[in-house]
Design a protein around this ligand. Structure first.
Ligand code: CP
Ligand code: NVA
Length: 308
């Protein structure tokens, strides 16, 4: 059966736990090596990953490119604007063609239905590299970063501050699968999708919504935020104003546990969703988090190829 990774639940608890262990092991072995050197076992030798971008990317693009190289394979980067997708060729036909020439497809796009269509018509694995709905690859890296900093997932309290967006949806999904708590500090009108919350609660996660940032952050193990304006959204003054009380700053960090971590998927907008003092401060692990995209994406690739 072809494995697709459109959301974290496509893998489930056991596979995500296995991906995290695999990422930790492979990362440890490579310590100090040149980044372009392949892992000794080169488990994806001969495999080519096609990466389709309908939105900008730095981390997702570089991490998947380096991930497939370290696994012994190679990649193709297809910016939609310079392919026939940008001239209206359908996702279905693109999926059929890429499946005849490549071994897996990673796609970053706007409408999640496009990723679903890619998976429906592809005969090779399809990976969601971010849609307006979710960003599962990011959250594998986030979980890896949290574990590396010696915090266990069961019982963990994560406080999200800001917009109820794609990244938050995948954190909520992870909370259900890995049994932790997410306290969402979010202004009225910018809540995350109800369906993600309901499914995570049914699966055993603890999810709560707070209109008071301090209430969400109190005693948390991890504080996480993201841009207030995601790719494809209008820069609305009303939204920026509504988000102001949810800025992650020193006063807010002081409410969390003394050893709380600060996470941000990046790119960051300093002095908007987070102050420089926090993102450049001692509790910030954002550079580990960014590096972990590489290690996490290797495990996602190995999972879709049934190696995990
Ligand atoms: N965090 C993340 O996905 O970054 P990019 O948009 O640079 O890929
Ligand atoms: N929420 C952000 C994440 C970027 C990695 C966006 O969709 O633009």
């Amino acid at each position: 059966m072809t494995r697709h990774f459109l959301n974290l639940s496509d893998a489930g608890h056991d596979a995500i736990a296995a991906m995290l262990n695999d990422a930790l092991d492979r990362k440890a072995v490579r310590h100090g090596w040149p980044r372009g050197k392949a892992d000794p076992d080169a488990p994806l030798e001969g495999h080519t990953l096609a990466m389709v971008f309908e939105k900008n990317s730095t981390r997702t693009r570089v991490s998947f490119d380096m991930a497939i190289r370290q696994l012994g394979g190679t990649s193709l980067i297809l910016d939609a604007s310079s392919t026939q997708l940008g001239r209206g060729e359908s996702i279905a036909d693109t999926a059929r063609v890429l499946s005849r020439m490549c071994d897996a497809i990673m796609i970053r796009t706007d409408d999640h239905a496009k990723v679903e269509a890619m998976a429906q018509f592809a005969s090779v694995p399809v990976i969601n590299g971010l849609t307006d709905l979710s960003h599962p690859c990011q959250i594998v890296a986030d979980l890896l970063t949290i574990i590396e900093h010696r915090k266990a997932l069961p019982g963990l309290v994560v406080a999200w501050l800001g917009d109820g967006n794609n990244v938050l949806h995948s954190i909520i999904e992870a909370a259900g699968l890995m049994k932790f708590t997410v306290r969402i500090g979010c202004p009225t009108g910018y809540d995350p999708d109800d369906g993600f919350i309901a499914r995570a609660q049914a699966a055993g996660g603890t999810i709560s919504l707070h209109r008071d940032a301090a209430e969400a952050a109190a005693g948390a193990d991890v504080i996480v935020t993201d841009t207030w304006i995601s790719m494809g959204q209008d820069h609305a003054d009303a939204k920026l104003q509504a988000m102001l009380p949810f800025q992650v700053n020193d006063a807010l960090m002081a409410l969390a546990k003394p050893d709380a971590l600060f996470l941000h998927c990046l790119p960051a907008h300093r002095e908007e969703e987070v102050t420089s003092s926090v993102i450049d401060g001692p509790q910030s692990v954002v550079w580990d988090e960014a590096e972990n995209r590489l290690h996490a994406q290797k495990s996602v690739l190995r999972w879709v190829f049934h190696q995990i």
